[in-house]
Design a protein around this ligand. Sequence first.
Ligand SMILES: NC(=O)c1ccc[n+]([C@@H]2O[C@H](COP(=O)([O-])OP(=O)(O)OC[C@H]3O[C@@H](n4cnc5c(N)ncnc54)[C@H](OP(=O)(O)O)[C@@H]3O)[C@@H](O)[C@H]2O)c1
Length: 230
Amino acid sequence: MKTKVAIDRPIITLKLATSLDARIATVTGQSQWITGPEARAEVHRMRASHDAVLTGIGTVLADDPELTARLEPPAARQPWRVVLDSAARLPLDSKLVQTTQKAGLIWCTQSSLAVQSPAKKRGVHHHQVRGQVDGASGLDLAAVLQLLREHYQIKTLMVESGPILATAFLRTGLVDHIAWFRAPLLLGGDGRPVFESLNIEVLSQALVLTQTQQQQFGRDVLDCFDLSPS
Ligand SMILES: NC(=O)c1ccc[n+]([C@@H]2O[C@H](COP(=O)([O-])OP(=O)(O)OC[C@H]3O[C@@H](n4cnc5c(N)ncnc54)[C@H](OP(=O)(O)O)[C@@H]3O)[C@@H](O)[C@H]2O)c1
């Protein structure tokens, strides 16, 4: 595991939606929808209760999500949407870019962008963020969180990413809570696991969770956990 980063940052909830055997997609990559409509409606309520929702470019390219809180009656306010995208691959015709009138979009890349860039003209808030300090690919998560806290006053953040970014947040000790929806489905060992390697060699290195809540949504179960400080 990497060392914990001590910064003034938002409180982070990692939201996961998996089969009972912790898969987010089948062997062919099909992932929509593992959980049912009741669980997905709860995710919209959770988005509305956070200051921001963050994802990785992998999820944007795979699913083209909007990441707004779509509720009836409509949410009092929309969360900021945040995309981490080192190589600036965010498509201009993605739902995220097309809905900036509905909810703000913060786009973090490693490169700078011209003032008159098409994304900025569409109202996207672009920020150049340094890469990971250890030279690994991706953006420095501590720098992203500091930006969100100081520049946008974001105090609560829900991470709705795929396995690569979810694992990066866990490895850096940056997750406070996990909200884990599990559907009563088994996808087997060739389905895509919810996490990548956490480099845990002995049980004493395992991340320890404390369960705080369990609730049924249709056929799915939501388990909420706190992560114990290590
Ligand atoms: N079931 C669920 O809860 C759930 C939720 C969301 C998505 N998904 C599924 O997840 C799949 C996509 O997952 P994914 O793992 O490929 O993509 P992802 O985790 O959403 O995004 C990964 C990308 O984020 C960027 N990134 C920027 N900074 C990073 C950092 N510090 N550490 C790691 N990554 C960083 C990297 O691209 P750059 O290097 O280019 O920046 C990386 O490839 C889709 O199939 C989607 O359906 C499932």
